[in-house]
Ligand binder design. Sequence first.
Ligand SMILES: Nc1ncnc2c1ncn2[C@@H]1O[C@H](COP(=O)(O)OP(=O)(O)OP(=O)(O)O)[C@@H](O)[C@H]1O
Ligand code: SF4
Ligand SMILES: [Mg+2]
Length: 328
Amino acid sequence: MPANDVVLEVNDLHTYFFNKRGVTKAVDGVSFSLRAGETLGIVGESGCGKTMTALSLLRLIPKPAARIVSGEIILDGEDLVPKSNKEMREVRGRKISMILQDPQTSLNPVFNIGDQLSEALGIHKPLSKAEKVVQAVASLRNVRVAAPERRLKDYPHQMSGGMKQRVIGAIAVASSPKVVIADEPTTALDVTIQLQYLRLLKDIQAETGLAIIFITHDFGIVARMCDRVAVMYAGRIVEEAGVRNLFNKPSHPYTQALMDSVPKMDRTDRLFAIDGQPPPLYALPEGCRFADRCSHVSDICRTEYPPVASVEEGHAAACWMLDPKWKK
Ligand SMILES: Nc1ncnc2c1ncn2[C@@H]1O[C@H](COP(=O)(O)OP(=O)(O)OP(=O)(O)O)[C@@H](O)[C@H]1O
Ligand code: SF4
Ligand SMILES: [Mg+2]
């Protein structure tokens, strides 16, 4: 794909919380890019900054505690960081949208599905009531909801979890955004429904050329859904690669440890758990943030943050072991 297919470019993004404890560096120098039709997975342990990265892209970080302190978010050629709230309301939904983990909190219980879809459709397009109904029906059909005309009058509590998640998907793509961020969109669903939902997202992507950022803890979902993967640890991306390269050659000790902790069908031994905890994001060490948990740690790891090294084309990791200066 040519480089001009890039729809989103995030450069050295820093989002910090400022509170009594001091400064919490939730997102601390994150960079990546995304092409039309591509799916980027973001994986990493709880609290490493995945959701805060996503909320930063939409400029929906909790205020006033959190602030984007520096960096760029170039979406479709425009930097979102300096945009006003009013300008961001135009961008959200129309150019970038998000599917949240919990359908209960994403849909409003007091409005029926038709109203909620109409609102999503109406914000960006001045439509008549009849046109809104036609489009709402079409967008439900798009996410494979059976008998959509009848569903418009339903309230969220009348629908199953899988159905609600489809409606959320319909709302997210109602205005044909360039990028959809799905933050663990399937954790509340049972396995069969999860798979159906993931297949649906891929189908919509194939039809529309949508770029997807997929946030998950689940490497099985990464393998199924993603073209590329970014592994986050303590506010930073520590490894990024095409999905196959990452699985074949995980190169950062944190990625290796994460993969070792994945359950395998043919394995009966105890699951490997990564010992220890990530450092608190309000008191980060000078050097490598994984040092306290890494079995390869050396002196230089404690004093200097490792440079990003190329493992192979399109595959990079931030670990001193990959640097020519490495001495054990
Ligand atoms: N409201 C808040 N106030 C202060 N700090 C916060 C707040 N929300 C998040 N943080 C900080 O931001 C960090 C990153 O949180 P984030 O929600 O992005 O993690 P995550 O990677 O999405 O985790 P999970 O996998 O559990 O969803 C947290 O570790 C926490 O230190
Ligand atoms: S830089 Fe050092 S401590 Fe960090 S992951 Fe690499 S070897 Fe381990
Ligand atoms: Mg999260």
